[in-house]
Write a new protein. Structure first.
Length: 272
């Protein structure tokens, strides 16, 4: 028997999420659940009121409850938003065969400018997604670059973008600010993606397995650059990551290359 503790994210994985704005888990949902999901999505998933606790939104034994209780999924959720989160909303996204159009690149709820907390969006793919089927486009490292929701919709492609191709049963966790959009489906197969947005109900501080917090790979992950960054403006992303990591760990001394330390330097001692 497994427990959530056995599937908590590591500090290196959390640093990857902070840098990339997403965390991907391939084929973690069993095949029989994927088959069940296809039937459930075709029948339709009723909406729930905003901010409904998970246990109330998804009754015991329901497909949605069993999805969020898959050990790897439950461990990641616990690490990112803590125990007993609320369901902000959920939605079944459908891309019809040969649809001929793509969703504009956008960020969700960009009026949300919290720096010390964040929502997480679970994206579940119950079927194999091929390149021809389109998949979800996302821009790694864009989640802390504040824009109005669809300001990025004019851009068709950005250097370093990721276009999801994955096996059935894949789950991707997104920071609520990550730029993304559903790609055009050029295949003859209807494509499904189920999204749940989770709101934390506890402070998001050291909720994961912190035994590797001093691992050098943590700083390496946090220092990741992406091709769409310009040299100077890319520093803004590093700065914001440091702020986010300080909030997550409670370590106000953590820094990358002195970026936050120098601009927060406000000595109070008065010179004689």
């Amino acid at each position: 028997m497994t427990t959530i503790g056995e599937h908590l994210l590591s500090s290196v994985q959390m640093a990857h999420f902070v840098a990339h704005g997403s965390l991907r888990m391939d084929a973690v949902v069993p095949a029989e659940m994927n088959a069940e999901a296809m039937q459930a999505f075709q029948a339709g998933i009723p909406p729930v009121p905003y901010g409904t606790p998970v246990l109330d939104a998804y009754p015991e034994g329901s497909f949605m409850r069993r999805l969020v209780e898959v050990p790897e999924v439950a461990g990641a959720l616990r690490s990112l938003v803590g125990p007993d989160p609320n369901v902000d909303h959920h939605f079944v996204h459908v891309r019809e065969p040969h649809e001929g159009a793509a969703q504009p690149l956008h960020g969700d709820a960009i009026i949300d400018v919290r720096t010390d907390a964040f929502d997480v969006q679970l994206m579940y793919y119950p079927q194999e997604v091929t390149l021809e089927m389109g998949g979800t486009l996302s821009v790694p490292g864009s989640h802390l670059r504040r824009t109005n929701e669809s300001d990025t919709g004019r851009y068709q492609n950005l250097r370093g973008q990721s276009r999801l191709v994955c096996p059935a049963g894949t789950v991707v966790f997104l920071h609520h600010g990550l730029w993304h959009g559903g790609r055009r489906n050029d295949s003859g197969i209807r494509r499904y993606m189920f999204k749940i947005r989770f709101n934390p109900t506890v402070r998001q501080r050291r909720l994961w397995d912190t035994s590797d917090l001093s691992d050098p790979r943590v700083a390496q992950e946090l220092n990741t650059g992406f091709p769409w960054y310009e040299h100077a403006t890319g520093r803004l992303e590093l700065y914001n990551r440091v702020l986010m990591w300080r909030a997550l760990t409670g370590d106000e001394t953590f820094d990358l290359d002195h970026w936050v330390t120098r601009v927060s330097n406000r000595p109070q001692e008065v010179s004689a």
